[in-house]
Design a protein around this ligand. Structure first.
Ligand SMILES: [Zn+2]
Length: 286
């Protein structure tokens, strides 16, 4: 019997369109931007970094996002995957097979989001000092980049440079930069949501199927193969294209070659990866 990824993918896309995960992220960044005080910015300029309690605050905001937006997605996915497998006569014993994985994963995610934010702010501080901007001007730059990653922050810098060369006033530049930054925020929120929904659904399915192979469960002792299935269009990256059609056993990792090797038990292989898995259960009829 093959379990094809179509249902999982369409549910994932439905949740992406629903937009709950990304909306919460954008709201979080907006709140962080408004919460940052002038004397905090002065201090950041002084130490050229973000102080510890601001980082703790951001970390706390992301933890709230996990609790309010991410965990409900995990629960929805669990229920959906459970129902989908039950329709094939594969009843998952309990619903919380994903929770252990999710708490570990989101812990790392929170740390990474906070650190990315710190790096972007550090960069813009260095940029402000280099361009001899005053505290007011720098603070108008810092606020919009809260929530952007380093690369996007660099784009903001490059954009500001271009505007400066064209002779725009600092006031006008910060206005335009702020507008550009909001566009990047929406784009980044979308990318994070796509990647994280892929984690939730792909890992959810993997963990559910693994739980079905335990003693007394319907797939105990069965050979199960995983077949990598890329989205097969022009947007597929070289690594994923190379993995397309690759077959490994259930507990094995896929190995993607490249500048360095990446091992993954299931997609996503990289941010915004749209790959999926076909599960082939040997000796089970459709
Ligand atoms: Zn991929």
């Amino acid at each position: 019997m093959d379990i094809r990824p179509d249902q999982i993918i369409s549910k994932l896309n439905e949740r992406l369109e629903n937009g709950e995960l990304q909306r919460w992220l954008v709201n979080t960044w907006n709140a962080q931007r408004n919460a940052i005080k002038y004397d905090e910015i002065e201090e950041m300029l002084w130490i050229r970094d973000v102080r510890g309690n601001k980082l703790a605050e951001w970390q706390n905001d992301y933890a709230k996002w996990v609790e309010k937006a991410y965990q409900p997605e995990v629960l929805l996915a669990e229920a959906y995957i459970g129902k989908m497998l039950a329709e094939r006569g594969l009843e998952v014993a309990e619903q919380d097979y994903l929770l252990a994985w999710a708490s570990e994963h989101t812990g790392r995610l929170i740390t990474r989001l906070t650190e990315t934010q710190r790096q972007a702010v550090k960069n813009i501080i260095a940029y402000g000092i280099e361009n001899e901007l005053n505290v007011d001007e720098i603070s108008r730059y810092i606020r919009p980049v809260i929530g952007l990653n380093r690369l996007q922050e660099k784009w903001v810098e490059a954009y500001a440079d271009t505007l400066r060369e064209q002779g725009f006033s600092e006031y006008r530049i910060t206005q335009l930069v702020s507008r550009r930054a909001s566009y990047y925020h929406r784009q980044r929120a979308m990318n994070i949501a796509r990647t994280e929904l892929s984690y939730i659904y792909q890992r959810g399915q993997l963990e559910a199927i693994k739980s079905l192979t335990l003693p007394n469960m319907p797939l105990y002792g069965k050979t199960i193969l995983k077949i990598w299935s890329s989205a097969s269009d022009y947007r597929v990256c070289a690594r994923c294209e190379q993995l397309d059609g690759r077959v490994v056993e259930l507990m094995e990792d896929f190995k993607a070659e490249g500048r360095h090797e990446i091992y993954a038990p299931a997609p996503p292989l990289h941010p915004c990866c749209r790959c999926a898995i076909i599960y082939r259960i040997e000796g089970l009829r459709k």
